[in-house]
Design a protein around this ligand. Sequence first.
Ligand SMILES: [Zn+2]
Length: 265
Amino acid sequence: MAGESAAQRVRNAARAAAIAGLSTTRSPKRETGWVRFPYYHHVFDDERSGFERQIRYFKNIGEIVGIDDAIDMIASGAPIDGRYLCITFDDGFKNWIENAVPILASEGAVAAFFVATGYIGTDLQRDRERLLAFYDEGDRLMEFLTWEDCRTMTGAGMTIGSHSEGHVHLKDLSDADAMAELKRSRDVIERETGAPCRHFCCPFGRAGIDYDPARHPGMARDAGYASFLTGHRGANRKGASPFDVRRDHFLANWGNYQLRYFLGD
Ligand SMILES: [Zn+2]
């Protein structure tokens, strides 16, 4: 339900605002519209009620939109007339389909889920050593989704995006290897889900540390992606680049005051 009518309203509002900007002598003032990208890694069992409360909070302060609409809004360069939230998840954990997706569905909301494709379908016992290496610290193993789970999610209106194949630091790779990460991950997502994979979310996400802003966003565009999402906080306002998307990391058990601190305007 959030899909078509919301997207249409967004486009109409953007068009109306553009026309208003041309036909009046508005004094220059601060652009108040934005698209924000809350991002999560997990929703554990004991975080369900917190996550549900957060989704309701987002609906209260703005409108939740899918990533295609969010990126189109940014890429259009038109004024952003309102507050739009595009919920995103990184890595590919099983608790997404167990906890996050049912809550999103019951709230009439959608989200984009970025999977490190090389870890989809791994087994906690069989692939223990690889999974231990996924994080730099700790020995708490998290189960990953299967491709069947991913198909169930796209069937529920969710978007699957690429978070690379091996959850790599792009900056450590040759251009050829980085391009292979971009393309192979997209190809397997499209083959397994039957849905287009248009969006890339950079693992770790820090410019100059994990990726080279002069090379990798352009490579993602060359590979056919419509966006490059980072780990840098902040609002995406009129004039922002879809290849330098800012996001706000949240934990699903945070209180509303913590959301307000990062989203408050
Ligand atoms: Zn990640």
